[in-house]
Design a protein around this ligand. Structure first.
Ligand SMILES: O=C[C@H](O)COP(=O)(O)O
Length: 261
């Protein structure tokens, strides 16, 4: 049975009232099912709401939902107005994962591969789990460069941290053209890219590659989740829009029960 990690990335959405309702509903659903420990569920609210989310989870005696940070600064402390550091995040009890290199940060905040590698290293050194987002643009896909782009994004991490960095790390393959488009990549294409990523890591270490969690992200919804999660080399999904609605998020979780191994 493969491990599955389902994460809702709320990006810049939702408020305290919605968090409360969402947590109650999701927690009560999870407490009614026979919880499968091959399945992990996490939510990445805006950083401002992580502490609120955490307090609500504690009040609900939650055992099933962890928290993910959408980003961190590359500095640990100092004069960096407006930033949040990894050491501050580490104080929040339920935080487990940190997203690094999301394409929206690469594009809108000019994050370079080198900066992302530094953030990845920082997350590892603070014993949290980095989720490295990689993926190509439509133009790069059309030019047959998708694998080259993903390889380069992985290589920058390996150059700074070594291939061992991918032990207990996560890669989220998110083709930029599929994000927020309502049109996910086809399952054949997802397997083609995920297999490539796993094979690429296996050239360094076969055991790390076998255990590597590779999530898919890009217009996952309750209609396509089952077929995407059933793809051989998919170990979970990173969900944007469809994670904002708790009912739809629960429907996606329900799909994990239907996967045929
Ligand atoms: O982090 C999530 C991804 O960017 C996917 O977003 P989406 O599900 O809205 O396409």
């Amino acid at each position: 049975m493969k491990k599955l990690l389902i994460i809702g990335n709320w990006k810049l959405n939702n408020n305290k009232k919605i968090i409360l309702d969402f947590c109650k509903k999701l927690n009560s659903y999870l407490s009614t099912i026979n919880y499968d420990h091959h399945l992990k569920i996490s939510i990445a609210p805006p950083i401002l709401h992580l502490e609120t989310f955490n307090l609500i989870l504690q009040q609900l005696h939650n055992n099933h939902i962890s928290l993910t940070a959408q980003n961190i600064d590359v500095n640990i402390l100092g004069s960096f107005t407006g930033e949040t550091s990894i050491s501050m995040l580490q104080e929040i009890e339920n935080i487990k994962y940190v997203i690094v290199g999301h394409s929206e940060r690469r594009i809108h905040h000019n994050e370079t591969k080198e900066l992302i590698a530094k953030k990845f290293k920082l997350v590892k050194s603070f014993k949290l789990i980095p989720i490295l987002c990689i993926g190509e643009t439509k133009e790069e896909k059309n030019a047959n460069k998708a694998q080259k782009i993903c390889k380069e994004q992985i290589d920058t991490i390996i150059q700074l941290v070594g291939y061992q960095a991918f032990d207990k790390a996560i890669i989220a393959y998110e083709p930029i053209w599929a994000i927020g488009s309502n049109q996910s990549a086809s399952t054949n294409y997802i397997q083609y890219m995920h297999q490539f990523i796993r094979h690429y890591i296996s050239r360094y270490d076969i055991n790390i590659s076998k255990k590597l969690i590779i999530q898919y992200g890009g217009s996952v919804n309750k209609k396509n989740a089952l077929e995407i999660l059933s793809v051989k080399d998919v170990n979970g999904v990173l969900i944007g829009n469809s994670s904002l609605d708790c009912d739809q998020f629960i429907d996606i979780i329900k799909c994990t029960k239907l996967i045929k191994y």
